[in-house]
Design a protein around this ligand. Structure first.
Ligand SMILES: *[C@@H]1O[C@H](CO)[C@@H](O)[C@H](O)[C@H]1NC(C)=O
Ligand SMILES: *[C@@H]1O[C@H](CO)[C@@H](O)[C@H](O)[C@H]1NC(C)=O
Length: 191
């Protein structure tokens, strides 16, 4: 009986671990931001910090874009930085194979763990390659996109709640499995 319960425990813990691993892996991909809203946090926070944001447009993006592009990023403490318009047809931003830099002022967010881009406009779209944010007190953070931004939706990364890097959770599950195997071995002698 004990043996069955024990095996069940091993099975379930293995299962929950692989579920949480695949969840954190999907958070490492850019995705549509459900329920994301700029505004409320934005209005109540001070604009005391300055950031340099470098956005590289992919070489497979359309030659140029006339779309409205916004960005929002921040930390897990509710400090959010928002720039409603980055695009500028006059200075030809976001052309294919180019990099654009912006100075953006906003709340003091550190470390930056999420970034979302918003695009609204044509069917041609726009495909950023990466977004690099130089924080006011930290090493620059780079978010790889390499994917077209869908129309009229916030799209990007939220790494704020990723529990632990994949490598350590693999170690953890390997340790658990080892313990299960060793204990199972002794149990099979006892019964
Ligand atoms: C932001 O700056 C204002 C005025 O410059 C200051 O009164 C306020 O305390 C600052 N806030 C933070 C969070 O540093
Ligand atoms: C993109 O979204 C905007 C805002 O909802 C809309 O006006 C526009 O027609 C959309 N563009 C396309 C190509 O669907």
């Amino acid at each position: 009986m004990i043996k069955q319960v024990f095996l069940l425990f091993c099975f379930v813990s293995g299962l929950t671990l692989s579920v949480s691993e695949s969840k954190s892996a999907s958070m490492l991909q850019p995705h549509v931001a459900e329920d994301f809203d700029v505004g409320y946090i934005q209005m109540k926070s001070e604009h005391n910090c300055s950031y340099l944001v470098m956005i590289t447009t992919s070489c497979s993006s359309p030659k140029f874009t006339t779309d409205k592009i916004s960005i929002a990023f921040g930390d897990d403490q509710g400090n959010q930085v928002y720039a409603p318009r980055l695009d500028d047809p006059i200075s030809k931003t976001f052309e294919q194979c180019s990099s654009d830099s912006f100075q953006i002022d906003g709340a003091c967010a550190s470390p930056i763990c999420y970034v979302y881009l918003y695009r609204s406009g044509s069917e041609n779209g726009w495909k950023p390659e990466s977004v690099k944010i130089f924080g006011f007190d930290a090493e620059p953070t780079t978010f790889k996109f390499n994917t077209p931004i869908p129309n009229d939706t916030w799209y990007g990364y939220n790494l704020c709640e990723t529990p632990s890097p994949p490598s350590s959770s693999h170690q953890l599950s390997a340790q658990k499995w080892l313990i299960c195997v060793v204990l199972g071995f002794f149990l099979s002698f006892l019964m």
